[in-house]
Write a protein that binds this ligand. Sequence first.
Ligand SMILES: Nc1ncnc2c1ncn2[C@@H]1O[C@H](COP(=O)(O)OP(=O)(O)OP(=O)(O)O)[C@@H](O)[C@H]1O
Ligand SMILES: [Mg+2]
Length: 275
Amino acid sequence: MALVALASAKGSPGVTTAGLVLGALWPRPVLLAECDPAGSDVAIRMTAPGGQPLNSDRGLVSLAAAGRKGLGDDVIMAHSQQLDGGLDAMIGVRSPEQIGGMGGLWAPLGITFNQMHNTDVLADCGRIGPASPQLPVVQAARLVVLVCTATGSSVAHLRERLSSLVHHVDARLGVIVVADPKRRDGVKQVWSVLDAMSVQVQHRWHLAYDPAGAAFFDGRGHGRLDRTALIRTATEIAAEMAASVAMPSQYEYDMAQAAFPGGEVRPGPDLEARR
Ligand SMILES: Nc1ncnc2c1ncn2[C@@H]1O[C@H](COP(=O)(O)OP(=O)(O)OP(=O)(O)O)[C@@H](O)[C@H]1O
Ligand SMILES: [Mg+2]
């Protein structure tokens, strides 16, 4: 299926939160893979089903040891675990020091993520630059989505990162702006900045800045999550994003829509000759 890489240029615009919420709403099976070298937030913020702590020994680090013999769907899933709510996740490194243990595994990992048979992968790649160790995962993705806010500095860093990224990735590009749902003017300004660039950003989404909704993905939620602006906006984004990376064969073909010609089927010249 497909790998979608989520990343940021600078700051903490909400990549991890977007990964968790989009993963929770993804219309197909999906694995959230934490590939942020700065260290896992999922292991700290989220729990296993029933509120149990997640197993921090099972994730990218245990995969790095096992994956030297070869990577495949079964190996990836063996080092993943379920979060409360049912989302499958591969927990990232505990600290940047553990990144050394990954060796040359980032490139095969990215390729494997993009080719898994039964699941899409949403990779939280954290902040990326040309020297980022996780860049091969970004390069293997079918879609690379940068997350930013609608502030001047966030957009300036987004611009700079996009200009550099096009030299490193062939994938289609998308941008998620995390902004107050009422601040559509600010979001429009981000789109006009993108329009003025030579870089093609094919997908543009506005995810609600919504502290009450985001709190659920920070271990602090109260009340009804499904009524939040975060979920309303993310539902649409997850559907569009998943559709944009779906392979044609993943659609159920409806035979009633087939462009078959009407009328009787006449034998062709081959059949005619055999008579
Ligand atoms: N859509 C949102 N609305 C409101 N608050 C948000 C939203 N997304 C993230 N936040 C809050 O902003 C803070 C940073 O979010 P998050 O960890 O998702 O960002 P990040 O880009 O992954 O950061 P880092 O680069 O440090 O990993 C968290 O406290 C989170 O709850
Ligand atoms: Mg993060």
